[in-house]
Ligand binder design. Structure first.
Ligand code: AMP
Length: 173
């Protein structure tokens, strides 16, 4: 099965010029959905992952399923104001302005082995901020995982030193 063939590219969403990688066409296909989770499970099984930390909101879908497969806990990273208890916040630059993400301060314990997950790695700004949150809590990052990597945006230069794994890589838009 070519997982890549189940991903839909939607031009000009959410704004002109963006080629949006839509994973809903993969998620609704039972065989593709399972293959996606199977492949991540094979990559990370045996690495002692204790928490899967995933980014709102599309990261939650595979992140939660993978946490269950790995026997790990699931931790959501969310947009500001969504998490109810004490949080750490990290701000990051967008093309215009800034955005922020938050994590509960008790979500990751010092020394815990953490796998981070999101659906798409684009510029890398979001994952860099999420990695900082986990490290500020003392978590040990064992890997950064993505369904899709937009390699032509060179996101890895923002994330030096991390073990980054993606199921599908696009070298051009
Ligand atoms: P970035 O911080 O630039 O790496 O952007 C990553 C976040 O934006 C992820 O949570 C993605 O879901 C979303 N994203 C960025 N670009 C795209 C794209 N072309 N298609 C789908 N999602 C995207």
């Amino acid at each position: 099965m070519h997982l890549e063939s189940t991903i839909r590219t939607v031009p000009d969403f959410p704004k002109p010029g963006i080629m949006f990688k839509d994973i809903t066409t993969m998620l609704k296909d039972p065989a593709a959905f399972r293959e996606c989770i199977d492949r991540f499970e094979q990559m990370y099984r045996g690495m002692g992952v204790q928490k899967v930390v995933a980014i709102e909101s599309r990261g939650f879908i595979i992140g939660a399923a993978l946490a269950d497969r790995l026997g790990a806990g699931f931790v959501p990273v969310r947009k500001p104001g969504k998490l109810p208890a004490a949080v750490l916040r990290e701000e990051y630059a967008l093309e215009y302005g800034t955005d922020a993400i938050e994590i509960h301060t008790d979500a990751v314990l010092k020394g815990e082995k953490v796998l981070l997950h999101d659906d798409v790695l684009a510029t890398g700004g979001t994952m860099k901020a999420a990695s900082s949150l986990v490290e500020r809590l003392g978590g040990e990052i064992v890997g950064l995982s993505f369904i899709i990597e937009l390699a032509f945006l060179s996101p890895r230069t923002k994330l030096p030193g991390y073990d980054i794994r993606s199921l599908i890589t696009y070298d051009a838009e």
